[in-house]
Design a protein around this ligand. Structure first.
Ligand SMILES: O=P(O)(O)OC[C@H]1O[C@](O)(COP(=O)(O)O)[C@@H](O)[C@@H]1O
Length: 414
């Protein structure tokens, strides 16, 4: 094969012929192939390059050989002092737990891990029947965080009250999490996820003026978990779906990592995710339509009819798993919401470990998140399992809804 089949730069992964085609087209000026290159052509190319380079070391495939793993990403952030040193241990323990939960979820049907825990007799503080995997994923995350040696307090959807990590392992960070969000969809193999947030422990161990019936340590835990989302050091979710994805922010943008099952590592695939300024998808549980404020009904009607600022008719997408609905909104734009309604006057989603971490990620990606009156990240929780209405998504979509709400509330005051 003559030297003319040189190509300046490319990713050469046999199954990614289309990648070759893109690179090939881009470099058309360097070569004038007229048909889709076959694997043989590619390997012939490689062979000739190797001979030419006569170093015998073979072609260096940059993207394959030095992928940016999640750990490397976190270490680089620490090196460039964009994150505190301890964050690497915290994120390492969380990524280990998520890999474990991903495997438990993907094999749930085979390992009899579908269905309710304790025949449905186990109810969490929110009155929800706990699934077997709610309990298991909660334990997996708690253990992983405990052994990071950095954790002081843990608050979970599946724990009635925040818990301290025992002395020998305790540190100065607070983790809040929903170990398996959307678990009501699990048995139908619909996407689920883990949501987490990391705060620094703010108050010292004992509080002087203790309330009579609360243990000092409990009061301390409580105080440390009731922090506004604006104080998050890191937040993220791991989605268990057709691929397992971790989306994370350490306060410098939102980044997506895909779990490569071949090497068992989260690899950076979506650096600096930016939510589109405006989308064309709305995502609400419309079964609650008749329970909504008339203002929201009017807004959604306008999205459907195209009688909105974009003049476009929106599509409806609703999976009923917060992680999956937010992930799609982050990538495609538009607006997702679980608003207040007559049934749920404070909405359904929990501020501390659902609304706040998701709002942090959306804002870091250029979007907005509100409860209809206030920026979610400014709200100071009163209780660990407090619920808040949540509307998040593309800046222009959330702005348009906020203007409708403001107009409405000013009319109500007249
Ligand atoms: O079925 P509904 O009322 O639309 O609620 C769906 C919402 O409830 C949730 O399933 C609640 O989460 P949990 O499964 O963690 O309790 C969210 O994932 C989802 O956004």
């Amino acid at each position: 094969m003559s030297s003319s089949c040189w190509i300046t730069s490319f990713h050469l992964v046999p199954s990614h012929q289309h990648t070759f085609r893109n690179v090939f087209n881009r470099n058309r000026k360097t070569r004038h192939y007229s048909h889709t290159p076959t694997r043989t052509t590619l390997m012939a190319c490689v062979a000739s390059k190797e001979d030419a380079s006569s170093n015998g070391a073979g072609l260096f495939l940059p993207s394959q050989d030095s992928p940016t793993t999640l750990t490397r990403f976190v270490l680089e952030n620490i090196r460039s002092s964009k994150a505190p040193e301890d964050i690497v241990d915290l994120i390492s323990s969380i990524q280990f737990a998520c890999k474990k939960i991903a495997s438990l979820v993907s094999r749930a049907g085979i390992t009899n891990l579908t269905g309710l825990f304790n025949e449905g007799k186990s109810i969490n503080i929110q009155g929800e029947e706990q699934k077997k995997l709610d309990i298991l994923s909660n334990q997996v995350l708690k253990n992983a965080l405990k052994y990071s040696g950095k954790m002081g307090v843990i608050a979970s959807e599946e724990e009635d009250v925040p818990v301290t990590v025992d002395e020998s392992f305790s540190g100065t960070y607070v983790a809040v999490f929903d170990p398996l969000d959307g678990s009501s969809n699990l048995d139908a193999a619909v996407a689920t996820g883990t949501i987490f947030g990391i705060f620094r422990q703010e108050v010292s161990c004992l509080i002087e003026d203790m309330a009579d019936d609360i243990e000092p340590s409990q009061l301390n835990c409580l105080a440390n978990t009731l922090q506004p989302g604006s104080r998050l050091l890191a937040a993220g979710y791991c989605m268990y779906s057709s691929s397992t994805m971790m989306v994370l922010s350490l306060g410098h943008g939102t980044h997506g990592f895909t779990l490569d099952p071949e090497v068992g590592e989260f690899v950076l695939t979506h650096p600096y995710m930016k939510i589109p300024k405006r989308g064309q998808i709305y995502s609400f549980n419309e079964a609650n339509y008749h329970q909504w404020d008339p203002i929201l009904q009017e807004y959604v009607e306008k999205l459907k009819t195209g009688n909105n600022r974009s003049g476009k008719c929106y599509s409806l997408r609703y999976i009923g798993s917060l992680v999956a609905d937010v992930h799609r909104t982050l990538l495609y734009g538009g607006v997702f919401g679980y608003p207040r309604d007559k049934k749920n006057p404070n909405g359904k989603l929990r501020l501390l470990y659902e609304c706040a971490p998701m709002s942090y990620l959306i804002e870091q990606a250029g979007g907005k998140a509100t409860n209809g009156a206030q920026r979610i990240l400014d709200i100071i929780p009163n209780t660990t399992h407090e619920r808040q209405p949540l509307i998040l998504g593309s800046e222009e979509d959330v702005d348009e809804l906020m203007q409708v709400y403001t107009k409405y509330s000013s009319q109500m005051q007249v």
